[in-house]
Design a protein around this ligand. Sequence first.
Ligand code: LLP
Length: 428
Amino acid sequence: MHAFTYINGQLHCENVALQGLADAHGTPLYVYSGNTILDHYHRLDRALGGLDHAIAYAVKANSNLSVLRLLAQAGAWFDIVSGGELFRVIKAGGNPAHCTFAGVGKTRDEIIYALQNNIYCFNVESAAELAYLNEVAAELGVFAPAAVRVNPNVDAKTHKYISTGKSENKFGIDFEAIEALYDQAAREWPHVRMRGLQMHIGSQLTSIAPFVEAVRKVKPLAQLLKERHQIEFWSIGGGIGIVYHDSLASGQASWWANHDPDSKPLSIDEYGAAVVPLLEDLGLKILMEPGRYIVGNAGVLLTRCLYEKKGNAKTFKIVDAGMNDLIRPALYEGHHEIATLQENNSTPVKADVVGPICESGDFFCQDRVMPDFKPGDVIALLSAGAYGFVMASNYNTRPLPAEILVDGSEAVVARKRQTLDDLIAGEI
Ligand code: LLP
């Protein structure tokens, strides 16, 4: 579900009108629906039902403290990829003992910080990293819990920049080498304790088949490692895709639906029905690491139209958000629906929606047929809750946008807009 709907002709997040938020807090502005985030978390939790499981939210998708706090209170675990993310989880009241630490390049300082905070497990991506983890843990006189990320060589059939489970990707260790590595760890690295096994084949998967293929392929290995090395968990990663080509409950729905007739949701219940039976008899704790599924459709980016320019070839609608605020279209050819804040039944127009950044790649859509809007109007870029704000930068010396978290009829500023002074803080 998502909570962005027209009520009396005005686009709302839950019970809060987005126009009011844009007017009060300015644009560009990220707005998140807290109840959508919780709904997605609980849906996935239910889908994994009978399994001994934990949902380790992938913090990288949206690391705002208020979002993390919501999830921590709901009982979520966290999958982190840096010392900075661990710091955020702790500040938000999350439990470090429920954190897994992923990533191919953990530094010494990050390893020490995570060891001192007794995280649940380091998800290790190379033999060299496992040896180094052993060395640092020995220096500190502690034992480091570890899992190895297996690269199952399964095609996730997603954008090439977010596919991770093929042999040519930098992630994980080849399937065939895993057994020997666990044996080596037991022999040579007494300060690591092999606690689990991890995999993650890619992000924004829109079909269940690659998940099933990977689970089937790796299951015998998980079984073997449980018997031989007493591992206690298997993390099957994140990657559940969301619908970007969405439709709101409005007269505009047909336009959006027509835009991409192939776009269909990956049903979380079908996902559970396909995957859970394969895992039930293993006797391992199952972890999942969803990011986008939890927060993606729970957020929008509001931006105001500044100018319209009609050239010989195209019409450009120039808005006050840029690729520095939401980079997904530029980096992954990502699609974000555009919704006007007032329900709009005028004749749709074809245009490019572009930002103010000095780059040709600074666009939110090209040649898209959409409801018309004019300078002064605010529009919403939908499905921007994941990999939106977290990937924003100060490029072109633009302050980072503010973030708002909505709960029912209440909206709080979860992060203030940066000021000009914030932009130069730390420089001499
Ligand atoms: N676990 C690991 C080890 C990961 O590398 C990732 C994402 C996740 C979990 C969470 O994946 P999710 O459930 O969100 O698909 N910036 C890109 C996505 C990059 C994903 C990186 N890894 C985008 O905007 O599409």
